[in-house]
Design a protein around this ligand. Structure first.
Ligand SMILES: [Zn+2]
Length: 298
């Protein structure tokens, strides 16, 4: 386990770098459409370990896990619900092996794909799904739980509570925003950054923020709004490599490592203390972000 907590490190003045995309990396390693990414933690352990090691080598201070879709209800789509605990433990243990003792493992927890508004699920169901997942991730060696790509507040808060009440891990919660025609930011479920900041901190998140949905430039505006609402809570940003362009039916993320790295100073000035990548980012992007963070102090 890392000696300091992530919050202690950022309160001591460090700007930390997280990692980049996992899904696209798994595809490069040969994962086919329709395969369960989390099953790869067991069937292709070396390939998943190689992704984690790739981000460690690029300079990540913390690495995620191949567990984004690891709730029982998501694994059920692949007939793998009975293996929920096994797959999440395996995911955390792989990243633990790559991270060693000097880096943090921040275990990925994504949305369930269900909504209380549709009557598919209750808040108690959300809590039970997340409780099972986060306990398995902690058992596998996670230092923190990274609840990410969230858009509904009730689901986000259930995940935070499940992690706070059933693990000793630090809890990160980041939502995904889109820019409206009025130039404001809202999640798909209509949640504003300030509203999310207040609610996620109140539920017990140690670190808040935003991931996916935007490139670095738009993240600067979102961070300003989060910082104003929750001035003492560390903020994490994992940006896409720009906004996707559809090229022959495939989403291509256009920003180069240098373009992303060029906005690190603005993001830090706005209040972000943990910076990494989401869709379209690679170890090369992370290495460039790391260098930009080092240059901040120069
Ligand atoms: Zn993303």
């Amino acid at each position: 386990m890392a000696k300091q907590t992530i919050v202690e490190a950022v309160k001591a003045g460090r700007i930390l770098v997280s990692d980049g995309a996992w899904g696209t990396f798994l595809q490069k390693k040969g994962m086919q459409p329709g395969e369960c990414p989390e099953l790869w933690c067991v069937t292709h352990r070396d390939a998943v370990l190689d992704i984690a090691k790739g981000y460690v080598a690029a300079g990540s201070d913390m690495i995620e896990t191949d567990s984004f879709g690891g709730t029982r209800c998501k694994l059920e789509h692949f007939g793998l619900a009975a293996r929920t605990v096994e797959l999440n433990q395996a995911a955390a243990s792989i990243s633990r092996e790559a991270a060693g003792s000097d880096r943090w493992v921040i275990a990925s927890v994504g949305p369930t794909g269900m909504m209380t508004a549709m009557g598919d699920v209750t808040e108690a169901d959300f809590y039970a799904f997340f409780k099972e997942q986060v306990m398995a991730l902690e058992a596998g060696g996670a230092d923190a739980i990274c609840i990410e790509t969230m858009s509904a507040l009730d689901e986000s808060l259930a995940a935070i509570r499940a992690a706070r009440e059933n693990t000793g891990c630090e809890v990160i919660c980041t939502l995904t925003y889109e820019r409206t025609r009025q130039g404001t930011y809202r999640t798909m479920m209509g949640v504003a950054p300030a509203e999310a900041a207040l609610a996620t901190v109140a539920a017990g998140a140690h670190i808040i923020g935003t991931n996916c949905g935007n490139g670095m430039d738009r993240m600067v505006d979102i961070v300003k709004e989060l910082k104003q609402a929750a001035p003492t809570t560390p903020i994490m940003v994992q940006a896409n490599a720009g906004l996707p362009k559809n090229v022959n039916g495939v989403d291509v993320f256009p920003e180069s490592p240098a373009e992303m790295a060029g906005l690190v100073a603005d993001l830090v000035a706005a209040g972000a203390v943990i910076i990494g990548g989401c869709c379209g980012t690679t170890p090369a992007h992370i290495a460039a972000l790391k260098q930009a963070v080092i240059n901040l102090k120069a």
